[in-house]
Design a protein around this ligand. Structure first.
Ligand code: 9YT
Length: 141
């Protein structure tokens, strides 16, 4: 069994700091769970465009207020504690944080840990990614 305190990631290489967010990557590929688990805090007043072409991601808001916009349609969804969004179609989206937004994020396949967003807002595919998970190569879309 793995037992961890998220706070123990602070100050280690599992704490990843970006312009609009800081992420504590609690479980990674090396932990062998088949997914990764992150606590990500989006900075107040920011907006972050993202699209995960090589991963599926689910996000649960546990604190704060904001919105997520689906780029394809412009549809807007309020984000507040208890709300989950799941990017099951590699959806391009924009996340806006009205207050600091504390989010629990799960990635399939798991992140290895060093990933940073590329120009499309994606992370590169993990070598073991099944074709069904990469945009355009899967059963979805
Ligand atoms: C909200 C969101 O997409 N978070 C992704 C996880 C975080 N940016 C990370 O650990 O890379």
């Amino acid at each position: 069994m793995i037992v961890k305190d998220v706070k123990d990631c602070i100050g280690t290489e599992r704490e990843v700091v970006s312009k609009t967010w800081t992420s504590l990557r609690v479980l990674l590929e090396s932990d062998g769970m088949g997914f990764s688990l992150h606590e990500t805090t989006m900075r107040e007043g920011t907006e972050t465009p993202m699209q995960y072409l090589n991963h599926l991601e689910a996000v649960l808001c546990v604190e704060g207020e904001g919105e997520v916009e689906l780029s394809e349609t412009g549809a807007n969804y309020p984000i507040k504690p208890g709300v989950v969004y799941a990017l099951d179609r590699h959806d391009r989206h924009i996340l806006r944080a009205k207050t600091p937004l504390r989010l629990i994020c799960v990635f399939n396949p798991p992140l290895h840990g060093k990933e940073v967003h590329d120009a499309s807002g994606s992370y590169p595919p993990a070598p073991e990614t099944p074709p069904g998970i990469i945009a355009g190569k899967g059963v979805k879309k």
